[in-house]
Design a protein around this ligand. Structure first.
Ligand code: SF4
Length: 216
């Protein structure tokens, strides 16, 4: 959680926040498919722009923000509210490339909880109720992000990723949900993950259930 108290004092009114624009690749009402909130209805907002550029990324179209339209936060927040979703998931791309305060303020003003999925490689911003950190070895999370992590979700392809997962877990607060996730196109890692979780039950497994269910 990254609470409102940590935000700059002069953040302006919700009306001003509503006019801020972000590059948005897509936004839609769906089911959260991964992690601790898997199976819950959520409004996804995928901001465009990513400087992490994982080779196995399944949303490479999100990397170049200039390819995507800009949307006002007020419009996005109204659509999220009208969908009936209890919470919004801000994802990317790398959403923390943008100052998320205006967007999160507009969503909060309409009663939504706010979750984020991030690599943690850019500074935290915005009012965030649930932070899922998905750390990447080639662009590491900033140390300042770890104290606020609620869920650590590490994509595992090889043993090296398990070592990386433990290095990150050691920096997260006690009580953080610890999850290992196979990469969709390389399910070979699944036996590795299963054996690891049996030996280290503080970890759990996250599956991309939306892909099994064929929902976006
Ligand atoms: S951080 Fe996310 S969006 Fe960026 S390249 Fe990696 S998987 Fe893709």
């Amino acid at each position: 959680m990254y609470p409102a108290e940590l935000q700059p004092a002069a953040i302006g009114s919700a009306e001003i926040s509503d006019q801020t624009e972000y590059p948005v690749m897509e936004h839609f009402y769906t089911i959260q498919g991964e992690g601790a909130h898997s199976g819950r209805a959520a409004y996804f907002i995928r901001t465009a722009g990513c400087d992490v550029q994982c080779w196995w990324c399944d949303v490479k179209d999100s990397w170049d923000e200039s390819k995507h339209p800009r949307m006002k936060t007020g419009q996005l927040a109204e659509l999220a509210k009208d969908s009936g979703a209890p919470f919004a998931v801000i994802t990317g791309g790398e959403p923390l490339l943008h100052d998320l305060l205006p967007l999160t303020k507009s969503l909060k003003a309409r009663g939504l909880e706010i979750h984020i999925e991030t690599s943690g490689s850019s500074p935290l911003s915005g009012i965030l109720d649930w932070i899922t950190l998905s750390p990447k070895r080639f662009k590491k999370p900033l140390d300042e992000v770890y104290p606020y992590v609620d869920e650590l979700k590490v994509v595992v392809l090889t043993n090296k990723d398990l070592i990386w997962a433990e290095e990150n877990a050691a920096k997260c607060p006690e009580g953080t949900r610890l999850l290992l996730q196979p990469e969709w196109d390389t399910p070979k890692s699944m036996p590795l993950i299963v054996e690891y979780v049996k030996k280290n039950p503080q970890w759990g497994i996250s599956l991309q259930t939306h892909k099994f269910l064929n929902v976006p």
